[in-house]
Design a protein around this ligand. Structure first.
Ligand SMILES: Nc1ncnc2c1ncn2[C@@H]1O[C@H](COP(=O)(O)OP(=O)(O)O)[C@@H](O)[C@H]1O
Ligand SMILES: [Mg+2]
Length: 274
């Protein structure tokens, strides 16, 4: 082999290993419900994946399993590019945002965002800079001393996102985070999440049952099918356009919505009125 050929061989950098691999994962609850059956999914670092599917198809179950919340009945989860702790999870590498902001009402915004660092034994003084930094990234730097009851639904969700990001995770899991918000707030938060994703290079798996949301946000859509939950379709969503208000009215976005919608209808058994 010549020197030139040696140099041309792919380096470790270019042969990046996936962040997480679900291999034929099944989940049967003690009730007998088969929530997932043979679900396989390979997530590359830096992707923004939407898990799109009808209610009850196992989206939350899949997300919880990736987060290590609850065991699996068959198959396996691998983290090829991470150091693994004794529980089989990448140490401190996952942030989770639920549909409800799940804030502690007796704690301030600062106190709520501090929690994950507190659990890691970081003192409040040492955590302050990071907390204020992450609050600024979600536009809440002026609300550190406010209590959850003083905030709008969208602001509470921003606190929840800040709390998930405060430990600088590699992977952000979001389970229908904006489903309960009004449309305008939801669009604003979609833009915030996209901005965060671009600025941090974080990998996002975003669960939604909204075709429009998935088509706006993701660079890959994974459509799930129910009973039992599994992957129905998996397609990339590339665009040269900035994802902003112009994108929302573009032909590319319309086509992305149509593709996602058709796939979702197929996954639901073909009936449009499900
Ligand atoms: N803790 C549980 N015990 C029993 N069944 C459950 C539990 N959680 C979810 N399921 C069932 O598993 C299936 C998938 O649920 P879920 O993952 O919540 O779906 P999705 O998030 O797509 O709406 C559903 O049939 C649901 O009723
Ligand atoms: Mg769910």
């Amino acid at each position: 082999m010549s020197l030139a050929e040696t140099k041309a061989a792919p380096s470790k950098e270019t042969r990046k290993r996936p962040l997480v691999v679900m291999q034929s994962v099944s989940k049967v609850f003690s009730s007998g419900t088969i929530a997932l059956s043979g679900m396989s999914l390979t997530v590359e670092s830096g992707e923004f994946i939407s898990l799109l599917g009808p209610s009850g198809c196992g989206k939350s179950t899949a997300l919880r399993i990736i987060a290590g919340l609850g065991d699996i009945s068959a198959g396996k989860i691998d983290w090829p590019s991470s150091r693994i702790n004794s529980k089989g999870l990448p140490e401190g590498d996952i942030g989770f945002v639920f549909q409800e902001p799940t804030l502690m009402p007796w704690k301030t915004v600062f106190g709520n965002v501090y929690l994950p660092l507190k659990l890691r034994g970081v003192s409040k003084a040492d955590a302050r800079e990071r907390i204020m930094e992450v609050l600024a990234t979600v536009g809440l730097e002026d609300f550190a001393d406010a209590f959850p009851r003083e905030l709008s639904g969208g602001m509470k969700m921003r606190v929840s996102i800040a709390r998930a990001l405060v430990t600088k995770p590699k992977l952000l899991l979001m389970d229908e985070p904006f489903a309960a918000l009004d449309e305008i707030t939801r669009q604003k938060l979609n833009d915030d999440v996209l901005r965060l994703w671009k600025a941090t290079g974080i990998t996002v798996i975003f669960v939604t049952h909204s075709v429009f949301e998935s088509a706006y946000l993701s660079n890959r859509i994974v459509v799930m099918k129910a009973r039992p939950g599994r992957v129905h379709a998996d397609f990339p969503l590339t665009t040269s356009l900035e994802r902003d208000s112009h994108y929302r009215t573009s032909e590319e976005y319309r086509q992305a919505c149509e593709t996602a919608s058709r796939s979702l209808i197929e996954a639901m058994g073909g009936a449009e009125d499900h």
